[in-house]
Write a protein that binds this ligand. Structure first.
Ligand code: ATP
Ligand code: MG
Ligand code: MG
Ligand code: MG
Length: 439
């Protein structure tokens, strides 16, 4: 993309409404624009990052055999009356009437709807196990929408639902989700720690939240510092192998790690004092096992091998896709701006032409641009006739991992400057070496 043809409305002034750095940078770097309280338009570069995050989520779900689908945002209240949640959900649910006077609502989550899809189509144990998921907009009328996309009212969530014959099968699905989530967050450059949590209005016994440690997080967390040494990394795992998935679950949940909702001071005291940590965290996901709560209420049953009819065991699993942009920026920025991890960056490399109109500079930039495109990478070329200071400022703020600076002096000597956004290290090299380094 050429900057001269792009839509990147970078703000000159610091937006006053932003209380935390990710919100400020998302507004300043032209990623989002507030439409109304807790509701945002996603501008081209913000949308690009959102799509890359979605893509990682899809790839990791597919790896575990989970199936993507899409359910509507507007739902009839009837199903929610059947499950008993229409009244129980409270003021976070946005309720509307259609022209016929029927009660409708904007989906805050989709256990009811997916269970209805299931009960209409699945009758036999032979069709299990089944995990369906979607990435869809949700609406929750939060009391205090704030911190930009971190606590929006309209937000993008990945929500997945497993249907299994037995509790044991459903707990395997639970473990499988833990593994997919660990992989998903790591690919985004995040450490998200699974912590024992409280199930809230979703209901159920087993639940873990995934928290990214950050001072601006809304949850208070307590953990054994050893847990921060764990990474899933690039291990191979067979998602059908129950023991292997259980081993990952055990490894990642055996040390003390809880949110304030489930914190147990006596248990925490058993952690050696030098390893006890109290901090703040951002909830970027949660997994639940809730058994037959919805399948019983909605009559989602299957025939067993013996011909008995039994309610299916279920769980649900969420990732805050739009919140992740905020969480990533909270975890990865400096005083100049965002530092995108490679996995989610909107463009792989920025090309900065220091003298637009100079035949040598222009041709080196065009050459770089073409080479990156041929290599399947996405370059952003700052071809605007602007002051160098402004161009550097924008490039640093939008946080692409690499910058290549092309100036007349270097061009004469056959070199360009390659700068790493994270370390600030700069090195002069030939065009072909710069391309090779980034590929
Ligand atoms: P919170 O405790 O932050 O209100 P939640 O526990 O109500 O979140 P879940 O029902 O577990 O949310 O939804 C799954 C994920 O969706 C959360 O882990 C979070 O990452 C994301 N999410 C929830 N509410 C919001 C929101 N208002 N804005 C952005 N993301 C959200
Ligand atoms: Mg909530
Ligand atoms: Mg929560
Ligand atoms: Mg939650």
């Amino acid at each position: 993309m050429r900057m001269s043809r792009y839509f990147l409305p970078v703000l000159k002034e610091t937006p006053r409404e932003a209380q935390i750095v990710s919100h400020r940078l998302m507004l300043q770097a032209g990623l989002i624009k507030q439409a109304s309280a807790g509701i945002y338009s996603w501008l081209p570069m913000g949308y690009k990052v959102l799509r890359r995050i979605e893509q990682i989520v899809h790839e990791e779900q597919a790896r575990a055999g989970h199936l993507a689908m899409l359910m509507p945002t507007m739902q009839s209240a009837d199903l929610w009356r059947e499950s008993g949640r229409y009244d129980a959900y409270g003021d976070e649910m946005l309720r509307v009437k259609d022209r016929g006077g029927r009660d409708m609502l904007f989906t805050p989550t989709a256990e009811e709807l997916v269970t209805d899809v299931f009960r209409a189509n699945v009758n036999s144990y032979k069709d299990l196990p089944l995990t369906l998921y979607q990435i869809q907009w949700k609406f929750r009328d939060e009391v205090r929408p704030r911190f930009g996309v971190m606590r929006g009212r309209e937000f993008l969530m990945k929500d997945g639902y497993n249907f299994d014959l037995t509790k044991e099968d459903a707990l395997h699905a639970y473990n499988r989700h833990l593994v997919t989530y660990l992989r998903t967050y790591e690919r985004m450059g995040l450490q998200a720690i699974p912590m024992r949590a409280d199930s809230g209005p979703i209901g159920g016994d087993d639940t873990h939240e995934f928290l990214v440690l950050a001072e601006t997080g809304e949850s208070e967390v307590f953990y054994d510092s050893q847990i921060t040494d764990l990474t899933f990394g690039d291990r191979e795992i067979d998602f059908d192998d129950r023991a292997a998935c259980q081993a990952v679950m055990d490894e990642f949940t055996s040390r003390y790690a809880r949110t304030d909702e489930t914190h147990d001071a006596a248990l925490f005291a058993e952690v050696p004092e030098e390893r006890r940590r109290t901090a703040r965290g951002i909830e970027v996901g949660q997994i639940f096992y809730f058994g037959t709560k919805y399948s019983e209420a909605l009559g989602a049953t299957v025939q067993t091998r013996d011909g008995d009819s039994v309610p299916v065991h279920m769980g649900s699993h969420g990732i805050g896709v739009s919140r992740l942009l905020g969480a990533i920026i909270e975890a990865s920025h400096d005083d100049k701006g965002i530092i995108w991890p490679e996995g989610v960056t909107p463009f792989h490399v920025g090309i900065l032409n220091m003298r637009v109109g100079d035949a040598g500079c222009d041709s080196v930039c065009d050459d770089l641009y073409a080479q990156f495109q041929t290599a399947g990478l996405d370059p952003l070329y700052d071809d605007r006739d602007e002051r160098a200071g402004a161009k550097f400022g924008t490039m640093d703020m939008i946080g692409l991992p690499w910058r290549i600076t092309v100036g007349p002096r270097g061009v004469k000597n056959g070199v360009v400057e390659l700068t790493c956004r994270r370390t600030g290290e700069a090195e002069e090299m030939s065009v072909s070496d710069a391309v090779a380094r980034i590929k």
